[in-house]
Structures are given as C-alpha cells and as structure tokens.
Design a protein around this ligand. Sequence first.
Ligand code: COA
Length: 308
Amino acid sequence: MSEVPDKRVQGFRWQHISELSELINSLGSHGFREWPEGAEGLRTELETLRLDPEADIALLRSGDQLCGYALTLPEPDIDRVVATVAVAPQCQDDADHLVDFLIGRARSTNASRVHVAARGNTADPLAELEARGFSRITANLELVLPREQASRLADAELPAGFSVRPMRSFTETLRLTSVQNQVFADHWGFSKNTVEEVQARLELPATGPEHVLFIESAEGEIAGYIWTALEWQRDHTCGKVWMTGIAPNFRGKRLGTPLILAGIKHLLAEGAADVHLEVIEGNEAAMRIYSQLGFEKRSKTDWYEKRV
Ligand SMILES: CC(C)(COP(=O)(O)OP(=O)(O)OC[C@H]1O[C@@H](n2cnc3c(N)ncnc32)[C@H](O)[C@@H]1OP(=O)(O)O)[C@@H](O)C(=O)NCCC(=O)NCCS
C-alpha cells in the first residue's frame, strides 16, 4: 500500500485476520457485502475475491486497538474500484485517512471511478466521503419475505415449452457462469465473472449447485436461473436469493415470477424462516415481481461515487 502519513494507518497482513474479523463483526452491517462471522470464513472469502488483501486492505488503530478498515476491490473490466470503509465511533475523526487510502489505491489501478457502499450505519464515514468529493449515485434495496407469507403463495404457471430444473452438479459451472454474465451484462455495477470465481462461490457452504435452479427451454437452452443460499444464524435459517435473472433473449415472456417462486419454494423446503434479496433502485421489472409476491423493503445500501 502507499504510505499514509498518519502512523495509525497500516497495511493489512494475514496475521491480522482474527482482529479484522472481530472488528467487522463489532461494526454491524456495513459496506458492500456481508462477511462471514469467523476469522476462517473471512480468510476464505478474502482468498476467493479478486483482490490482494495485503495491498487492498488498510487498518486504522487507536492505540493497540483496531478501530477501522478500508478494503478495495478492483474491477478493471468496468473501470472501477469498489470499496468499503468503516470505522468505530472512537475513530471517526481519523476516517479521512482510510478514505485517502482507497482513493490512492483506485488511482494506482488507473480506474476512473471508485464506488463506496454505505448502509446508513454509524460506521459509514459519510461526512468524510462527501468532504472528499463522493456523491450518492444509486442504492441497493434489501427486500424480505417472511416464511408465513411465502408459504401461502400460489404456484405460477410456466409458459409452454419451459421447465425448471436443478443445476446438475459442478459440471454445469460453465453454463451457470455463461447465463449469469448474459443476464447481468448491462446491470449497474456488475463485473463479469470468471468460471473460477463462480466455482469458488459454489464451493462456499450452503450455496452449491443443489441451491441453483435453471429455467430451460424445450430446445435445452438456459433461459434463466436462480442461485439461492442458506445462512444459519443463531436462532433461525435465513434464505437468500444471491443472483437471479432471465437471459436477455428470453425476457418479456413472463418467466420472471415462476422463476422467483421456484427459488422461494426451494428455500422454504430447506427450512428458511424468510427470504432475502437485493435489488437495485429503479429496476422496475424486478420490483414489479417482488412487490406482487409480497416482498417488503428492509434496508437500503447507498452507493457513493468519486471520479479519480
Ligand atoms: C427482472 C427480470 C428477471 C424480469 O424478467 P422478464 O422476463 O424481464 O419479465 P416478465 O416477462 O417475467 O414480467 C414480469 C413483470 O415485469 C414487468 N416488466 C417486464 N419488463 C419490464 C420493464 N422493462 N419495465 C417495467 N416493467 C417490466 C412485466 O409487465 C411483468 O409485470 P406484470 O406481471 O405486472 O405484467 C429480468 O428483467 C432480468 O433478468 N433482469 C436483469 C437481471 C435482474 O434485474 N435480476 C434481478 C436482480 S434482483
């Protein structure tokens, strides 16, 4: 990492993984993604993502104690760096050093934009971001459907010639990668996935091929998919729709609702107490489907941008 004048900011080293994990858990929900609870899970995720943790993560200390961090994830194919910066209350005054770190890191990759997610948590240093020229450009909405409501949903008929089937096994990873890249090609903030990345995600707990459903045409083409996941929390099992969509050449055929319903039913059968998903503000087709099924807004993640 580039040198930061304040000695309290330091580059992450793998030996800091437990401290970082504890800090992330203590800060509550923040940034552009949720992280696993334990240090080992965090290590696995950091190794899976397209970043170099020892260059892309900076830590902020107050005395001996870790009180903030910044993480940057370069996405050169869409000319951006996506970042998280979060600080505990006692270190809010030093958050600007972490913001400078992520701007410097973005510049060093030649990206023209840096995007930071903020969930309205006290850990999000919004004042420092705004002072450094970041402005809000869009938001992701988290929607939730409780089990009780989900279990009352009637089946939706699939248009003739289409069927829903589970992904067969890891042998279909290439098909999944291909349909995911087609579905999200024009979606805000989507960076094309490699087969290795999709494979790595499939290998994480409770989000493997058995949790992926495909919609297939009579000719055997994959028209859409829903990739779900289960998260075992202390008192309940949380169901998640990780990624879903219909390939562009199959849109407008009313495949959307049956696809989401198939995913919801799968999660209920796996014991999910509710179904969570995220949708970008202004995605009218997706919002129509979700609101008709009874999903309600739970929280919002704002995205801030700075041109660098
Ligand atoms: C969201 C998505 C799955 C919907 O599938 P689709 O094939 O386009 O839509 P459907 O034919 O199933 O129609 C579903 C509803 O959306 C409406 N709709 C479809 N396209 C629309 C558009 N461009 N604008 C507004 N409404 C639209 C339909 O009228 C229908 O509503 P209705 O039941 O009230 O008539 C699909 O557009 C998609 O994959 N988008 C890109 C990826 C994505 O956004 N995934 C969801 C992320 S959370």
